[in-house]
Ligand binder design. Structure first.
Ligand code: ZN
Length: 399
């Protein structure tokens, strides 16, 4: 997500002069390129509408556009070497600005000439040449974050300029562009920031492409469309090994070298399992997000989880890690993970909502009201999906 911060800057006298001079030079160039556009348009129009002979006049060159006007800047720097004092990308913004202004006007102009062609009711006036002091801002379209350290910002061709930092830029923000603006009360920089923590939703995001997932008793995940993702065999085996390694340590005498050895072995085993599990979590998250745009999960309540779910199976180990990997991946891909209230997801009938109490050993959900009969994990996953769809709707409506 893009956002912007503005800071007042305190350039030295010399730096302020440089900024002023840059703005003036950009203003000249802006007026010149805009005039080129007008000239061509006026001449070209009359040649077509009125006098075909004028077409043979040598003044009629290629129509000025962004690319040839941008290319002309190279010659400009040869003819007027003082333009080399402006950062090249800053200078290139001028033909861009001219292009945008001119096209906006042309569009409005064409619309005006059509009998009832007012598309959106807006008419742009003829672009004006800018008078002294009316060109107020220039932009560095690429900026490295390390060019803004503490209260100093490094502006190419201007220098290290002092910034009044009234608030810090959060670490998760990337600086994309920097604009320098001259206002009545002094100079400012506007930083366009990319907030990596709140990325946008991908353009073809489909909120109906949603899945609910539940921690399975035997399977790692049961999805609302009845797919089961099983933890890799190695992982399950290693987890059993871990338990025996732990028991081995407790059998050995405290301080003995055999105990130390066993502890080391256990530590290595732990690391191996952690790595494998993490790898499995990444792969599972990728597989889910490749298929679905929204994944609904139960809100993690560590205390409650410890009592009910954690004891349920070895799959619970690392469920929190998996959800956080999944959430991160979803955010980066412009997809969504929705956390829902876990209360009663395994009791409620996914068809009629009737609460059907059942002990953990009861593998099936059999509803006495609507006679739905399905695996308890699948029933829970469908409830999670339904709650997720509901929650998502509320989220999308409020944003
Ligand atoms: Zn039912």
């Amino acid at each position: 997500m893009r956002t912007s911060y503005q800071y007042k800057i305190k350039p030295t006298k010399e730096q302020a002069q440089k900024i002023d001079k840059t703005l003036e030079m950009l203003r000249y160039q802006y007026n010149y390129l805009l005039a080129q556009r007008f000239d061509w348009y006026e001449q070209n129009r009359s040649s077509i509408d009125r006098c075909p002979l004028i077409c043979h006049l040598p003044e009629l060159k290629d129509q000025p556009n962004y690319y040839n006007q941008k290319a002309s800047l190279t010659q400009l720097k040869i003819d007027r070497p003082w333009y080399k004092e402006i950062h090249s990308q800053v200078l290139q913004e001028v033909p861009k600005k001219v292009e945008i202004t001119f096209n906006r006007w042309l569009k409005g102009f064409r619309r005006e000439r059509q009998p009832n062609g007012d598309a959106n009711g807006k008419k742009s006036g003829r672009p004006r040449f800018k008078g002294k002091g009316q060109y107020k801002t220039f932009t560095y379209p690429q900026f490295n974050r390390h060019h803004f350290v503490n209260d100093k910002i490094t502006l190419s061709k201007i220098g290290d300029v002092k910034v009044i930092v009234h608030r810090q830029i959060p670490d998760a923000f990337d600086i994309k562009t920097v604009s320098v603006t001259k206002k009545a009360d002094g100079y400012y920089v506007s930083l366009s920031l990319d907030d990596k923590t709140i990325p946008g939703i991908k353009p073809d995001f489909n909120p109906d492409n949603i899945v609910g997932i539940d921690v399975g008793l035997i399977d790692f995940i049961v999805t609302s469309d009845n797919k089961r993702i099983v933890a890799p065999k190695f992982l399950r085996k290693a987890e059993r090994k871990l338990k025996s390694a732990q028991r081995r340590i407790s059998r050995r005498k405290k301080g003995s070298s055999r105990r130390k050895k066993a502890i080391k072995k256990l530590a290595i085993q732990h690391q191996k399992i952690a790595d494998t599990r993490k790898d499995f979590h990444f792969k599972t998250a990728n597989a889910l997000l490749k298929k679905y745009d929204v994944v609904a999960v139960e809100k993690l309540n560590i205390k409650g989880l410890a009592k009910t779910k954690l004891s349920k199976s070895i799959n619970d180990a690392g469920w929190g890690q998996f959800v956080s990997i999944l959430s991160n991946k979803a955010e980066n891909a412009g997809l969504k993970v929705i956390s829902i209230n876990p209360n009663g997801t395994s009791l409620e009938c996914s068809s009629c909502g009737h609460k059907v109490k059942k002990p953990l050993s009861q593998r099936m959900h059999n509803c006495p009201v609507c006679h739905t009969s399905l695996c308890r994990d699948l029933n829970a996953a469908i409830n999670i999906k339904n709650r997720g769809a509901h929650g998502l709707k509320a989220q999308l409506m409020s944003s």
